[in-house]
Design a binder for this molecule. Sequence first.
Ligand code: 6R9
Length: 639
Amino acid sequence: MTAPQPGRPDTPRDAAALAEARARVAADPESYWLDQARRLDWLQFPTRANESSFDEADFGIRWFADGKLNLSVNCLDRHLDTQGDSVAIVFEGDEPGEGRVLTYRELHAEVCRFANVLKAHGARKGCRVTIYMPMIPEAAMAMLACARIGAIHSVVFGGFSPDSLAGRIGDCDSTILVTADEGMRGGKHIPLKANADKALESCPGVKSVVVVRRTGGQVAMREGRDVWYHEARETVDADCAPEPMDAEDPLFILYTSGSTGKPKGVLHTTGGYLLWSALTFDQLFGWTPGDLFWCTADVGWVTGHSYVVYGPLANGASTVMFDGVPNYPDHGRFWETAHRLGVTIFYTAPTAIRALMREGDSFVKAHDRSQIRLLGTVGEPINPEAWQWYHDVVGEGRCEIVDTWWQTETGAALIAPVPGAVPTKPGSATLPLPGVYPALVDGEGHVLEGATSGNLILTKSWPGQMRTVWGDHERFFTTYFSTYPGAYFTGDGCRRDEDGYYWITGRVDDVINVSGHRMGTAEVESALVAHTLVAEAAVVGMPHDIKGQGIYAFVTLNAGEQGSEDLRQTLRQWVRQEIGPIASPDAIQFAPGLPKTRSGKIMRRILRKIAENDTGSLGDTSTLADPSVVDDLVANRVG
Ligand code: 6R9
């Protein structure tokens, strides 16, 4: 049996308490972090906190390594005595009002059943289970079920194509896939099981497919491999003993795009990740009984992991799972639903805010928002205009705006205003949380002091830091720790103002942030060149009013082929099919040649300027093998 740790730490809620927390973690980090670990229930309380090193010689990230716990116990069992009948998940489907509510007791029983179904199909501690699901409670159940038995989940966003799904299944050798017949988004059916079937043609390692019935749509079921969850569920117990896990046992893999190569399997482990998502959820949103928290992210992204599922449930909070879109049935959906369900804390992405802002205030004002007390944002820089609209119109000037900067790699938020303790500025994620140490460096790695701009690094580990790239520990080191030796490089550019506030300016690597979703330019390029008519492709980001960044592709066709509007459509469709709709290029420019150095390297700097329509300052083009290609590119810019 696990027991609550005596003396759970207080959470700073005002400036003085926050300053005290900062001083404590600076003075004695070990005791501060071990104290924070009391937020969780442990089978064996850790005696050590941080044993991480960013240096090549003894590189590794380890937290609370001798502690033992089970994550699902922390999210479920420990709440049963005191609040078993309080609401854990409020599900809101694609159609307004289509939903269901699960109490902690009900969710506990469902997770146990799900865990037993997975076990019956061979799932064991350490094996990988891929989850390709709509935003329905069963997605959270499947994640928690994996955690209960020690299986490692890999959630793949339901908008990804069969190919993308197959790549992610193959990379981590999943043996089990959990999916649904179909998803529903904005009134449209998403053929999840059919996509999965296509993906599995190239995934012989998957032995079992557990299919949740969501729409009742017709799907093919393969004898001996596929099982309906609702049938399997009837055959198992509603009790499942939790697997004791080491704090450093893997919890999940989540694939994310980087600047090179295939998406990386970001690995998070049990103790540190859970502590960081639990702590930051409490710190930033201050959930108390009576609150209802709604994070609009999909569980296919890290925000859905940390702030739809794990952070809220570890705190015994009530969390909304929304399976729809912001503009269906109309642009008032968020506010209509928030009012109907009684949402008090609302967390979404700047891209959604900008899209709704464009539709005018009437969709917002049509619905009473007086119960909302706090508004959060995540995923990309929020422009001050959107921040102000969110604050003034949505929040009626009454709600604090909590802009949270973080990454898949960081597990949960690192830089964000603690409500009530840190005054906000529109567009700034403000200050790091206690125990988080950002710094700005120039291209040579010199640390810059005071008000300045530079590349954002983190100089010390925090519990929620990723532990490795699945199957490629060396790639983990080289991607994040080799650019600035001794520090974690975020890939983001950033400005720090005279008050020490951080203003993230966006990626400085070849990653594009499209509507808050990361896309590697290399991924889109390799999809484009996989088309038979394409000889070469280079992809860069371009400013986009709603999405933040759009995808601009320069495409060189095979000799003799002609570019046309039809071919643009074909290529867009091709990329959707290869990767998924989020990767579809916003602009495609057919280019007879790309600007290359004499050694054959594409000069992306020039392409970025063209895509940004900043052609007046292309800089030095004399090192190009053929400088004349630039004139053609400028003359034929699209959009
Ligand atoms: C949580 C998440 C991470 C990248 C990150 C940065 C951008 C996220 C932001 C933000 C400015 C914020 N980003 N939050 N930029 N302000 N509040 O989004 O993870 O999908 O891995 O993306 O998103 O560029 O590096 P992930």
